[in-house]
Design a protein around this ligand. Structure first.
Ligand code: PLP
Length: 383
């Protein structure tokens, strides 16, 4: 039976959005069934109810390796394989290396990953290692790794699969398609944590592509930058969201207006001081009428706990930055009452169990193994 004609089985975002991606459908496609992640409406957060906000979280932690990086990786690795590549390389704060390692295994090619010594969450390191990547720890941070990857790619036969690879952004734009397909329209606001700013750029490419096909945009050259961005559209309607990018306060070059040399934050996935999509992200922000803001580590962890406690959704610290920022801007009215808001939860909480356990508010009760003690433990802790 010809599955592509008669089956509704989901087999990944390349097959799902084939006519919107620069992939040869007759070549080999490297997929793990990524994409198609749930858009969960948050109903239990007080401020959201008070202000009549429709708040949705797009739970990208439910991708095959637990982060949105898989959306970009399926396209980047498929392209690399179709062009005959035998090895890929990336610098990573963890999730890119996990994803690159998995897709390289799937494709039967080699993966080399450069990670910052000691600053990567345990789950992510486990993934890179179990998939058989060559893990190169550097005594330096992500930005050092990125610089080295760009240099070494000129001297060795390896394809870079960081978000400077344009196929990464092509894959990641499909998250916007899914949101519009599901809601029937774009949200008023879309909130993302920002590290290299590839993902906020990719989402804008996706929203723009849909909106321009609907005839809601008029095309004209970008007048917001010196022509360094990827966009040539100016909004003529509210068919695209305002894009809000939130950074960790100790790692916030977009707030400083300049690169940051020694970024620090508990949200290791966005511990990046030299964003690779700097010009694109400024254009996204201006063209969409959005803004950047920063959250402290305390606010980020509080948002992570809130989502876990109130909504049953466990994301990693970096991901919670989008919710921390959104809730603050709902509270102060920058996001008006009645708005629809999507927050991207970029990665799964299980990536970083150490941080979760350290800050969890749950009681751990140790007792003897007998019925009375168990009964007591329950009755004395009933709500
Ligand atoms: C990669 C990553 C980010 C940052 O995305 P950029 O495209 O670099 O801005 C945020 N959160 C998580 C969990 C990530 O893995």
């Amino acid at each position: 039976m010809n599955e592509s004609v008669t089956s509704t089985r989901y087999t990944g975002l390349i097959k799902n959005y084939l006519n919107r991606l620069p992939i040869d459908p007759n070549g080999k496609i490297i997929s793990l069934g990524e994409g198609h992640t749930p858009l969960i409406q948050c109903n239990n957060i007080n401020i959201v109810q008070e202000k009549n906000i429709k708040l949705y979280v797009k739970f990208e932690g439910l991708n095959p390796t637990g982060s949105f990086k898989d959306r970009g990786m399926t396209v980047a690795v498929t392209k690399a394989v179709q062009e005959g590549s035998k090895a890929i390389i990336c610098a990573s704060t963890g999730n890119t290396s996990a994803s690159a390692a998995a897709y390289a295994s799937r494709a039967g090619i080699a993966a080399f990953v450069l990670i910052p010594d000691g600053k990567i969450a345990m789950g992510k390191l486990a993934q890179a290692m179990i998939h058989g990547a060559v893990v190169i720890q550097i005594r330096g941070n992500f930005d050092d790794g990125m610089r080295l990857v760009k240099e070494v790619a000129q001297h060795a036969p390896v394809d870079i699969v960081n978000s400077i690879n344009p196929y990464r952004l092509q894959g990641q734009k499909t998250a916007s398609f899914e949101i519009v397909d599901e809601l029937g329209h774009a949200p008023d606001f879309h909130c993302l944590p920002v590290g290299n700013a590839g993902n906020i750029t990719a989402h804008w490419i996706g929203y723009t592509e849909y909106a321009s096909e609907n005839g809601a945009l008029q095309t004209q050259a970008c007048n917001l930058c010196a022509g360094n961005c990827n966009f040539n559209h100016v909004a003529k309607s509210s068919s695209r969201p305002k894009m809000l990018g939130y950074q960790a306060a100790g790692s916030a070059p977009f707030l400083r207006g300049a690169m940051v040399d020694n970024p620090e934050t508990v949200a290791t996935a966005i511990r990046i001081g030299h964003p690779q999509s700097w010009d694109n992200a400024w254009c996204v922000s201006k063209e969409s009428g959005g803004w950047f803001d920063e959250c402290t580590d305390e606010e980020i962890l509080a948002a992570q706990r809130l989502l876990a406690n109130e909504e049953g959704v466990f994301c990693e610290p970096a991901s919670a930055t989008s919710v921390a920022g959104a809730l603050r801007d709902v509270e102060n009215g920058k996001i008006p009452a009645g708005s629809s808001v999507v927050c991207t939860l970029t990665g799964h909480g299980l990536k970083d169990p150490d941080t979760a356990i350290k800050q969890a508010t749950s009681k751990m009760i140790t007792i003897d193994a007998n019925l009375d003690d168990v009964k007591n433990a329950i009755l004395s802790n009933m709500p």
